[in-house]
Every structure is written in structure tokens, then in C-alpha cells.
Design a protein around this ligand. Structure first.
Ligand code: NAD
Ligand code: ZN
Length: 368
């Protein structure tokens, strides 16, 4: 299926099709008229996907070169950005060439940023290969690298020319990475879509078993939800886009406490963070304990952490709140929090009492 992201200045299409990568030359051919393809990937993805990808393009007489990043968050550094931009310039990249991000969110984020700054802006194509990148990071135009001060603090908005999603590429993705991406899928249900949350509950097993229609639906529905939110607030100005941060303020603290390491993936931190947001909402009387339990149960069934103990965090509430205050979303000394009146009924609250949040987090620590 094809979903259009309705941006005022330049709408673009997102194609979601099982087997798309087996026909990649057909999808890329319309763009070949304007320029060459410069592909950026990471060492894992390049190993799995590049040989077949490259063969298909050559068979169709389409020229492509590849730059390979180290896998993982280390790929999103200043050092790698310098190497990547040097490589693009050595290849005499022109604005009409297409820089393709073939990989997960790490590859997408740094490639989009490089495309934004090289020659003051080149065309950029996203081919996301993790569930997280397919349902979240490849849509919306946020690009970034990490710096000493923290993650994603240096970046730009740079929308892709097209996003090409093949659900079958997830077959080689490790189960734990798949679950981490699934947390962001469930997020769209929790934000404002009870019906989709119900579907996630019913289809969980089929999804993880690799059922093609469950995979297609989960991705399609999530991408539509994200595209709708992004179109309503492309540059995060009116608060709509903030809804996408459900679970991310708590999650950020958990990621910070575990050193942004493989001990806790981003999606895993978001899963536990969303449950904390629901449990806190329940504690202050906004939402029922049943709804908080239901959110926790689904994420737990997906194999995701839903408590501080599951997340491997034993820091005190005050310390966790301190991490939150160093997050970039803090404005004017106030931390905006996404809270819930129930599943599918979240809202942005600007007057959360941080001391109360710290006490709540202490109450969530495993006893002893
Ligand atoms: P990732 O890109 O590090 O990929 C996870 C791992 O899976 C890597 O080891 C990668 O090599 C491997 N991999 C990727 N595709 C594979 C495949 N098909 N088969 C086998 N292995 C595969 O991580 P991610 O979770 O995709 O992305 C996380 C990044 O995305 C973070 O840096 C985060 O900040 C960013 N992000 C950005 C946005 C945004 O809006 N721009 C949104 C959310 C997250
Ligand atoms: Zn996220």
C-alpha cells in the first residue's frame, strides 16, 4: 500500500509491501532519472541485504555505491558523520543524487542529517530495516547524531523523497529488536486509538510468529498514525507531535541510568516508560488501575520490560527525575509529561509535580 505524508511544501510517499526489496530496482528506477544512488548502511545490514540489492540495481543498469557504518549507536557520531560526508564529497555527490539510508534508525538518522548538510541539501531515500525504523524513525523527517552532551542533540528536519518499507526484511531481525520496535507500535494504540490497542492484543502472537498480514497491518497502521501526527505538526510547534513522546520522559531516565547501552534498548525503555506513565496517571486518579494493568500485560506478553526491576534500574526516584530534567524536552523549568485518562486517551500535562513523580518512582522500586 501507499501512504502519502501531506506536508505543505512537499508531500512524499511511503510504500509498504512484502517482497519490495526483491523488486527494489522497480521502486528506485523513477528516481534514477535525476541522479545516482549513494547507499549508506551498517555492517549487519550490509551483510544481509547489500549483495542482493546491488545485484538487482546492476541488472537494471542503475549505479550504486555503498558506505558502511559500524553497527549500533556508535554509528551516529561526529566522527562517522565526518567520514560519511567526506565519502559523499569524494564521490562528487550532487543535489540531484539520492542518498539512500538502508538500515535501522541509526543509519536513517545520520544519513538524513548528512543529506541535509552536504551541498546544502541532497535528496534522501529511507529504506528502514528494523521495526522501530519502519514504524517510527523513518517517518517524520527528524535526523540527528549524538554528541558529548547527549543523544540526538545535533540534527535537522530533512524529509525523505520516498520511504520504502518491506515487512519481510524483519525476518533476519533479532527477536529482542523486534519487540523493542513493537513497543512503538503499541504506543500508537495507547496514545489515541483503543481499537488499535485491542488489535495489538488479539494479534500479538500472529505478529511475532511472522504472520504476513499481521506484520503488514501493524506497520501500515503505525505509519498512518505517525504520518497524521507529523502532518499536523511537522516541526513540533503546536504540541500535537509531543504525543509521540508517550513513555519517553520516563524512558529517557531509564536509558540514562543504564548508560544508553545494550542493557536496555530504546524501545524497551519506552515500554517500561509507558507503563510508568499509566501507573502514575492511575496513582493520581486520572486513569483506572485496570487500564494501567492492561497496558503492562500486553507489553509484558511481547517480552518487554514493564517495571523498574525488569528494566534493570535500581536508582532512586530523585536520581531518575534528575535525568529527566537534563532531557532536551524540558522547557522553562517545567517538564511536560504525557499522562493518560485511559488507553487511547493521553494528553500533555504541563504541571506535574516532580517531587511527587520522584516519590512515585521510589514506590515502584523492588522492595529491599
Ligand atoms: P539500529 O539502527 O541500531 O538497529 C538495531 C540493530 O539491528 C543494529 O545492530 C542493526 O545492525 C541491526 N539490523 C538492522 N536491520 C536488520 C535486519 N533487517 N536484520 C538483522 N539485523 C538488522 O537501531 P533502531 O532501533 O533501528 O534505531 C534506533 C535509533 O533510532 C536511535 O539512535 C534513535 O535515537 C533513533 N530514532 C530516531 C527517531 C526519529 O524520529 N528520527 C525516532 C526514534 C528513534
Ligand atoms: Zn521512541
Amino acid at each position: 500500500s501507499v501512504i502519502t505524508v501531506d506536508l505543505a511544501d512537499r508531500p512524499y510517499e511511503i510504500h509498504i509491501e512484502a517482497g519490495l526489496l526483491q523488486n527494489i530496482a522497480t521502486y528506485l528506477a523513477p528516481f534514477a532519472r535525476a541522479g545516482r544512488f549513494l547507499v549508506v548502511s551498517d555492517e549487519n545490514v550490509a551483510k544481509h541485504i547489500w549483495p542482493g540489492f546491488h545485484r538487482q540495481l546492476s541488472d537494471a543498469n542503475l549505479a550504486a555505491e555503498i558506505f558502511v557504518l559500524p553497527a549500533g549507536e556508535a554509528g551516529k557520531s561526529w566522527l562517522e558523520l565526518e567520514k560519511l560526508t567526506d565519502w559523499l564529497l569524494e564521490h562528487h555527490v550532487e543535489r540531484s543524487d539520492h542518498i539512500i539510508a538502508l538500515g535501522g534508525g541509526v543509519v536513517g538518522d545520520i544519513t538524513g542529517f548528512a543529506a541535509h548538510i552536504v551541498k546544502r541539501g541532497c535528496s534522501f531515500i529511507q529504506i528502514p530495516t528494523t521495526l522501530l525504523a519502519q514504524v517510527d524513525s523513518s517517518v517524520g523527517g527528524k535526523t540527528a547524531i549524538n554528541s558529548r552532551a547527549g543523544k540526538n542533540l545535533v540534527g535537522a528536519f530533512h524529509q525523505p523523497s520516498v520511504v520504502l518499507i518491506d515487512p519481510e526484511v524483519l525476518e533476519s531481525l533479532p527477536r529482542r529488536q523486534l519487540a523493542a520496535g513493537f513497543a512503538e507500535v503499541v504506543k500508537y494504540g495507547l496514545i489515541d486509538d483503543l481499537e488499535f490497542f485491542d488489535w495489538c492484543e488479539t494479534s500479538l502472537d500472529a505478529f511475532f510468529a511472522g504472520d504476513a498480514s499481521a506484520r503488514q497491518h501493524a506497520i501500515e497502521h503505525s505509519v498512518k498514525a505517525k504520518a497524521r501526527i507529523v502532518a499536523a505538526d511537522e516541526r513540533e510547534l503546536n504540541g500535537t507531535r509531543a504525543l509521540l513522546n508517550l513513555g519517553h520522559t520516563f524512558g529517557h531516565a531509564l536509558e540514562a541510568d543504564t548508560g544508553f547501552s545494550d542493557r536496555l534498548f530504546h524501545g524497551e525503555a519506552v515500554a517500561a516508560g509507558m507503563v510508568l506513565a499509566f501507573r502514575y496517571s492511575s496513582k493520581i486518579g486520572l486513569c483506572s488501575a485496570d487500564d494501567a494493568n492492561r497496558a503492562a500485560q500486553l507489553l509484558h506478553n511481547a517480552g518487554l520490560p514493564v517495571t523498574l526491576a525488569d528494566a534493570g534500574v535500581s536508582a532512586h526516584g530523585a536520581k531518575l527525575v534528575d535525568y529527566m530534567m537534563h532531557d532536551k524536552k524540558m522547557a522553562g523549568g517545567k517538564l511536560p509529561f504525557l499522562l493518560a485518562h485511559g488507553i487511547g486517551k493521553t494528553f500533555l500535562s504541563k504541571d506535574v509535580d516532580l517531587a511527587d513523580v520522584a516519590a512515585f518512582l521510589d514506590s515502584q522500586l523492588p522492595a529491599g
